[in-house]
Design a binder for this molecule. Structure first.
Ligand SMILES: *[C@@H]1O[C@H](CO)[C@@H](O)[C@H](O)[C@H]1NC(C)=O
Ligand SMILES: *[C@@H]1O[C@H](CO)[C@@H](O)[C@H](O)[C@H]1NC(C)=O
Ligand SMILES: *[C@@H]1O[C@H](CO)[C@@H](O)[C@H](O)[C@H]1NC(C)=O
Ligand SMILES: [Cu+2]
Length: 784
């Protein structure tokens, strides 16, 4: 198989006649004549059953679909016509105007959706959720409304279960929190000369030697104790790799309700000052003792830029292997509905929270109503005050809006299908369509899905195996410096894997002296220890919505050992006991190595002939423990992270685990409240909230960019007494080889391939990705 792939890559290289093809021509023709073919066909399979990909928005979007372009346009028309909303357009918006912050699809109550999907009721109306900042009213606030029906709305109402009005000071992070220009001018005016002498750059009119506040982290109300919008802004020498060029200067600034910025405190040379004037006076006194850091130049050998460098691993450029799909694409996509082998589901992207799959079915049976990302969090610790409080909840930056630019051949295989997301955000009054928000592809993992070699002499000599080919839905939000590769992986045997892998640039800060929060990783450079935390919602529906959560507890038990020569001898065994969790607080799971258990969701109303109930097992292979106290600092904002798994009763009022208001006095809701009401969860519609994560102690090899191996975290959902045997037995494409004996001697074998042949006799379609990108640069880079 590998040989064939390599050969195909050669051919591809030659056909593309990129200049160095000639040398190989000879080889190529030799191979062609050997294979007795004049031309090798492009891999494809003409069929109405497979490979039908139609990504156009349907005239009748499904119940789960993100807002279509048409719907967003209709929505905006409607909203801008409502004089009572007095909305200012995106290009004219100001803190003291009313403007649309975000808008996305509002999913109907689950029971209405199920009625529609399962009993043929009419589809509920399409509706949009709209968050509006009202800076122009006498007491400014934030409102969240539902506008319907799309695409031609006639009215709106408040989002249910949420306050009708949220104090303006609590508004989510927005562009006016970063309006730094006036502050830069002020700092440059007072301290520009000093900063130039120290760090070789200015803050304004700086040409290619700019100093900039590129890291802005919120000092939240729970941490500061004051109800203000406070930010630490850290100064960096601005180069392409600016994140790795911090200097020992930061400001604490306040953004008021008019959007004005005032500097509250300034960090410089290891301590806080009250004013810029104080700093300049200090500098003039202690000049010769203060560290000077020359502005980095691109010619520097060790500049920490993200450019391939060094001695390559092959001394001649050689193409990487890549996969061939001999029968072309084998999945179907209709608008945002994906079907593949036994699987089908809908794909969507929430503005704040990111990827969401709905109505996930295997062999026609719904396994999950929803599996979605809820939060990407980062909690830092360090030796400076601004590091003590450094944390990010990426939902506040709109994870969904930053999932884009997937690159074929690296981020996804060349033959992947790219899917767009669509919503409206504050930046523009038109639909934000991120073309390459998702990719979908089949993937040969290079592992067997199963294999066995039977070798018991004349009774039983055979080989049987099937390759593990999966379908992957991938998205990669880049939130500032970090990229998160998020995969939903569908296996042929009914298993779903949800996997997340961080990569990207680490947060860097000024290294003053040895400290227990970071190694020194370069000159003047440290990168504080942090914990990545990821939360997913898994709304499982096992044979319906009446489910229970049972742990399978593994415990030692002492039994008689009658095999021993001594009468009365004992031996200790492992046994399991099913323990039903009755209430939400009981079901908030904290892993304990002393009490091993499996976590299962079962439908007790259904029994097989042995009395087993069908279930799915949830295996969190990305567990991490939060060792900071739950009520300290910003930890209440991530109360979900206290549990590797929490199970709650489904409620329309609890759609997300993470609130975009947690930086304030008034978080609107906390996850802890979902479980503190301690409802009965026996034979109810259950939702699993799964936390994965990893501590990141940054080391030199995380520079200039963190590589992925070893960082993946996964949770698996596995059928558990759901089927009578592995449903993977029907995956197809198995190989069975049986020995054939003649006169008591094995002469040959019988090979059964169940309809497919082993040889690949086609080449992948030629891709013109580079040409395509040159014409459509916005597919790959942020466009101006
Ligand atoms: C909005 O107002 C304009 C001008 O008054 C009108 O032409 C248009 O039909 C209105 N659109 C909607 C959606 O009400
Ligand atoms: C509408 O908003 C603008 C500012 O965007 C404000 O000047 C004006 O007074 C507001 N009108 C009403 C009726 O509130
Ligand atoms: C603060 O903002 C208001 C409204 O935008 C503006 O009129 C005022 O001049 C600003 N004040 C300062 C000190 O910049
Ligand atoms: Cu990290």
């Amino acid at each position: 198989m590998l040989k064939i792939i390599v050969l195909i890559l050669w051919i591809d290289g030659i056909l593309s006649s990129n200049g160095n093809g000639e040398k190989c021509d000879h080889l190529f023709y030799k191979w062609i004549s050997k294979s007795a073919k004049n031309s090798i066909p492009v891999c494809s399979r003409k069929s109405s059953l497979y490979g039908n990909v139609d990504l156009r928005e349907s005239i009748k979007p499904s119940v789960f679909r993100d807002l279509t372009k048409k719907e967003i346009e209709g929505l905006l028309d409607y909203l801008y016509n409502r004089s009572d909303l007095n909305l200012t357009t995106a290009d004219k918006k100001a803190t003291n105007s009313n403007y649309i912050f975000i808008s996305e699809v509002f999913l109907p109550p689950k029971k209405h959706v199920l009625k529609h999907l399962d009993t043929g009721y009419a589809q509920p109306q399409r509706e949009a959720r709209v968050m509006i900042f009202r800076g122009a009213i006498s007491i400014p606030d934030v409102i969240e409304i539902i506008v319907s029906p799309l695409p031609n709305p006639t009215g709106y109402r408040h989002v249910p279960y949420r306050p009708k009005s949220i104090p303006f000071i609590d508004r989510p992070i927005n562009v006016f929190d970063y309006n730094l220009r006036p502050m830069l001018e002020k700092i440059d005016k007072v301290a520009g000369k000093m900063l130039n002498e120290l760090y070789g750059g200015r803050l304004v009119n700086c040409g290619d030697r700019c100093l900039t506040f590129s890291l802005n982290s919120q000092l939240t109300t729970p941490v500061s104790g004051v109800s203000k919008r406070l930010w630490f802004s850290w100064l960096y020498q601005f180069t392409e790799h600016f994140l790795l060029r911090p200097v020992d200067f930061a400001v604490l600034r306040e953004v008021d309700n008019n959007g004005n910025v005032t500097i509250t405190k300034i960090w410089f040379d290891g301590s806080f000052f009250d004013s810029l004037e104080d700093i300049v006076a200090y500098y003039n006194t202690y000049k010769e003792y203060i560290n000077k850091v020359p502005f980095p130049t691109r010619t520097g050998k060790n500049d920490k830029s993200i450019n391939s460098r060094g001695e390559p691993s092959f001394n001649k450029p050689l193409k990487d292997p890549s996969q061939v799909s001999p029968d072309g694409i084998r999945y179907n996509i209709n608008d945002r509905h994906v079907s593949y082998s036994y699987w089908e589901f809908d794909v969507g992207m929430a503005v704040f929270y990111g990827p969401r799959l709905n109505d996930i079915r295997y062999k026609g049976d719904r396994i999950a109503y929803e599996i979605s990302l809820q939060e990407l969090a980062n909690f830092y610790s360090g030796d400076k005050p601004q590091e003590h409080v450094l944390f990010f909840l990426d939902s506040m930056f709109k994870i969904g809006a930053y999932a884009k630019y997937l690159h074929p051949g690296v981020d996804c295989p060349n033959d992947a299908t790219f899917i767009s997301s669509s919503f409206k955000i504050d930046r523009k009054d038109e639909p934000l369509i991120n073309e390459r928000a998702f990719c979908i592809f089949e993937f040969n993992t290079g592992m067997p899905l199963r294999r066995h070699n039977g070798y018991f002499w004349n009774l039983h000599r055979f080989y049987e195996g099937v390759a593990n080919v999966v379908l992957i839905v991938r998205t990669i939000p880049t939130i500032g410096i970090y990229d998160y590769i998020i995969d939903f992986i569908f296996y042929k045997n009914g298993v779903i894997e949800v996997k997340i892998t961080p990569t990207g640039i680490v947060t860097s800060s000024w290294h003053r002296h040895d400290n227990p929060y970071s190694f020194q990783v370069d000159k003047n450079l440290m990168s504080p220890i942090h914990q990545h935390l990821f939360n997913f919602k898994m709304d499982l529906d096992i044979k319906g919505t009446s489910n229970r959560f049972e742990t399978i507890d593994i415990e030692p038990v002492v039994v008689d050992n009658i095999c021993h020569k001594n009468p009365g001898a004992t031996i200790v065994q492992d046994r399991f006991i099913k323990r039903l969790k009755h209430k939400e607080l009981e079901a908030a799971f904290k892993f304990n190595f002393d009490f091993p258990k499996l976590l299962t969701f079962v439908n007790n109303n259904k029994k097989d002939k042995f009395g087993n109930s069908p279930g799915y097992k949830l295996l969190n292979k990305g567990m991490t423990k939060v060792v900071r106290p739950p009520n300290d600092g910003n930890n209440p904002a991530i109360s979900w992270s206290q549990y590797q798994l929490a199970v709650t009763k489904y409620k329309d009022s609890e759609p997300y685990s993470s609130s975009v208001y947690t930086h304030s006095d008034n978080p609107v809701f906390t996850f802890q409240e979902f479980i503190d009401d301690n409802e009965n969860i026996v034979d109810k519609d259950l939702v699993a909230w799964v936390t994965m994560g990893v501590f990141h102690v940054v080391h030199k090899e995380d520079l200039p960019v963190t590589h992925t191996p070893g960082l993946s975290q996964s949770t698996f959902l596995t059928p558990f007494n759901y089927f009578d045997e592995s449903p993977g037995m029907s995956a197809g494409n198995a190989v069975r080889i049986d020995a054939v004996d003649v006169n008591g001697k094995t002469k040959t074998v019988e090979i059964e391939r169940f309809g497919t042949k082993s040889d690949v006799n086609c080449i992948p379609e030629k891709t013109y990705y580079d040409e395509l990108l040159k014409k459509n640069p916005c597919l790959a880079v942020q466009c101006l």
